[in-house]
Design a protein around this ligand. Structure first.
Ligand SMILES: [Zn+2]
Length: 345
């Protein structure tokens, strides 16, 4: 049984230096073949243990077995040619050379089920697994086949649903879809984005979450954030739709961001995974800062629906920074738990 305010991370954690170059986003692997498979699973075991040692309640794989949160999944699908590259604009923010959709997309076998089963073996605590959302997937590809973002998104939604069912069968309790694209493409989100997300989550027994953020602390993202002004109201577009949706949990940025806290009210009734840890800044939050962020949010979300978390993944951090931030998250959450239970600290 979970405590009140169960803590979790959004997803990625730094990888060990023997597996991939530290402090580098999407770093290539240092091992190959069977050594790589064993190395990834060892890293997953370490990441799981570190989370548990630092008091994290809902444990994830730290994305130790993946190079990239979107493309590692797509690499395992048919219909996408990684040797044919086109340059496209990612979330209207930066140009990237991306693979091409050359035919019907499909999934011939489960992608992450074995890794998820490995995670399940590590702990009896609730476990969470992140997949990219349909709209974020199409935004990292050049579509030379369907010639329709919507059509491709529906195809990916079907594939994601197959994958989510396999993850559920492997023992995953919470399946999270990462949809940073929901902070950018508001018209498409309204027209078919939320519908394709619901399709991806259809019929699952596992709880479902959607993570919407302003991205990792890389320059293209911090420049974009600087252009958004003193109040970030992007969530105002997605939250009312998600409040009406079948998705159980919404994961959002809060600490050190310019998101007005009262926007959380738009999600009333849903569980809220709240970012109480900044991923764009290496300064370790104090437990009191974390507690303040949580108290602020509790004005707009019921305590039994609040899940303290990080703003986004922590892959680009030095390991000790990420781990210290996990400890701060747990300690800050502990303060608020005691306040809620009426026990003096
Ligand atoms: Zn994120």
């Amino acid at each position: 049984m979970n405590p009140i305010l169960p803590t979790s991370t959004v997803g990625s954690l730094p990888k060990p230096s023997w597996l991939a170059q530290p402090e580098t986003l999407w770093a290539p692997w240092k091992l190959q073949g069977d050594e790589l498979i064993e190395g990834k699973q060892d890293a997953l075991r370490i990441a799981t243990k570190e989370q548990r040692d630092r008091g994290i309640d809902i444990v994830s794989d730290g994305e130790q077995t993946r190079q990239h949160f979107v493309t590692t999944f797509i690499e395992h699908l048919d219909g996408v040619d990684f040797s044919r590259r086109e340059t496209v604009r990612i979330r209207n923010r930066y140009d990237a050379s991306v693979p091409t959709v050359v035919g019907p997309v499909s999934r011939s076998k489960p992608v992450f089920a074995e890794d998820a089963a490995c995670l399940r073996q590590q702990t009896d605590q609730p476990i969470k697994w992140a997949l990219p959302g349909p709209m974020t997937m199409i935004d990292t590809l050049y579509d030379g086949h369907y010639k329709s973002r919507e059509k491709l998104a529906w195809e990916f939604a079907t594939i994601l649903n197959q994958e989510a069912r396999d993850l559920q069968a492997a023992g995953i309790d919470i399946i999270q879809f990462d949809e940073p694209a929901f902070n950018v493409y508001f018209d498409e989100m309204r027209d078919w984005g939320v519908a394709t997300l619901e399709r991806a989550a259809e019929g699952l027994r596992a709880e479902t979450a959607v993570h919407i953020c302003y991205g990792y602390g890389i320059k293209a993202n911090t420049d974009w954030k600087a252009s958004l002004g003193s109040e970030w109201r992007q969530y105002e577009e997605s939250f009312p739709l998600l409040q009406q949706s079948t998705i159980d949990i919404v994961s959002l940025e809060s600490h050190n961001s310019n998101v007005p806290t009262d926007l959380i009210e738009l999600l009333r009734g849903k569980k809220v995974m709240l970012g109480a840890i900044d991923v764009a800044n290496q300064t370790i939050e104090t437990p009191d800062e974390v507690a303040d962020t949580l108290r602020n949010a509790l004005r707009f979300v019921d305590a039994d629906k609040l899940l303290p978390s990080t703003n986004c993944g922590m892959a680009p951090f030095p390991r000790e920074v990420a781990l210290a931030k996990l400890s701060a998250l747990s300690a800050g959450t502990g303060i608020v738990r005691e306040e809620l239970s009426g026990t003096p600290s």
